[in-house]
Unconditional design. Structure first.
Length: 123
């Protein structure tokens, strides 16, 4: 059975594949999904994943549940987390990513994966 980690890795692979197709918004969405799932994996591995947290799509809330107070990490999670809705659904808050922002989203997703898994295991 696949784990949150497996799905997070799949989302990151998807984001990287989409670069070739210049699908910047989809890269933002896939990166946001990667971050959400790897944070859930961390919570699950540390017996902190409640049923409420397992149903949320709010990566900022998941990071708070981990208890990490690194402001830079919070900013990065917050940036990518917002891409799920703002790049995936029309509305007043929607916007389109460009190549630079999409590649930054992938980089942040990789950084969060490294944070959760430990950089040696991730690489």
């Amino acid at each position: 059975m696949k784990t949150y980690k497996d799905y997070a890795e799949d989302d990151l692979k998807e984001a990287k594949i989409l670069v070739a197709f210049e699908m910047w918004n989809k890269i933002g969405r896939a990166s946001a999904q990667c971050v959400e799932k790897i944070l859930k994996y961390h919570l699950e591995q540390n017996h902190l994943l409640t049923s409420e947290l397992s149903r949320t799509h709010n990566s900022k809330k998941l990071l708070r549940a981990i208890g990490n107070d690194d402001n830079e990490l919070r900013k990065k999670v917050s940036l990518v987390a917002d891409y799920y809705f703002t790049t995936n659904y029309p509305g007043d808050d929607s916007y389109d990513l460009d190549e630079s922002l999409a590649l930054e989203a992938i980089s942040i997703a990789e950084e969060i994966m490294g944070f959760v898994l430990g950089y040696d295991e991730f690489m």
